[in-house]
Design a protein around this ligand. Structure first.
Ligand code: SAH
Length: 233
């Protein structure tokens, strides 16, 4: 019998059990590293601004109509990046306790009143199909919960939900194991992929990389974090 690939070890029930048990704050969704949030959000804002500066379809000067935060947790990226660039932000996040912060928390009260919080889909990305045409689909620190097949399928559906000239952004930890293989993480039953694996899955899904960069200023003991902006081939 061949050894199973790391992504075969992903157990969605175990993943949801873990994410249902974390505190509903930055420490909870960032695995005990709440202080990386600031530099992360800043990096994302700059990455996005650079993309849009080169875009005639979605220039920086105009708000995007609608965007979606995939695997949003408590809406850290929604609040720190996406509501500032879009009129409405939809949320995909399977754990209801986490989206409670967005739908009921005082932190999001003003944004809700302003109508900036759109649809909240409490499902995993493997079960989500976009119902709008988005100029921007943001996925961060959650794709490791999907196995390789599910991820390629997800990218296919996300492509279908992308406006012409729009982007899928993927921002994830990069596995740097010497073996060159992805690594299964028991804590949240996820897989940490290598840059090489991500690139091969993008290619399989018919997506090309139009911009990519490593997040600066992350603690040395953590995996490097890389952002990719993707468009259909
Ligand atoms: N993207 C957010 C949250 C990261 S924590 C941020 O950067 O702050 C990882 C999130 O992935 C958790 O909220 C967890 O509930 C969510 N998650 C777990 N399984 C998922 C799945 N199958 N699809 C999408 N998100 C999932």
């Amino acid at each position: 019998m061949s050894t199973p690939t790391p992504d075969a070890l992903i157990n969605p029930q175990a993943a949801i059990a873990y994410w249902s048990s974390v505190t509903t704050d930055n420490a909870g969704v960032l695995g005990g590293y709440p202080h990386v949030s600031r530099v992360d959000l800043q990096g994302s804002t700059t990455f996005l601004a650079k993309l849009r500066r080169k875009s005639s379809v979605f220039p920086t000067s105009r708000l995007l109509s609608r965007t979606v935060d995939c695997g949003a947790g408590i809406g850290r990226v929604t609040k720190g990046v996406l509501v500032k660039v879009a009129e409405v932000v939809d949320v995909v996040e399977p754990v209801v306790q986490l989206t409670g912060v967005i739908t009921e928390g005082v932190e999001f009260g003003e944004l809700r009143r302003l109508g900036k919080v759109g649809e909240v889909y409490n499902v995993g990305l493997e079960d989500w199909t976009p119902r709008y045409a988005y100029p921007l689909i943001w996925t961060q620190w959650c794709l490791g919960q999907l196995n390789d097949e599910q991820l390629v399928d997800f990218f296919g559906r996300a492509k279908g939900g992308l406006e012409g000239g729009g982007w899928i952004v993927v921002k994830e930890n990069m596995c740097t194991e010497e073996s060159g293989e992805d690594l299964f993480d028991e804590t949240d039953s996820s897989v940490t992929r290598t840059d090489r694996k991500f690139r091969s899955l993008f290619a399989r899904a018919g997506l090309k990389i139009v911009a990519t960069e490593v997040q600066r200023g992350m603690p040395k003991e953590l995996y490097p974090v890389r952002s990719y902006a993707l468009q259909p081939v």
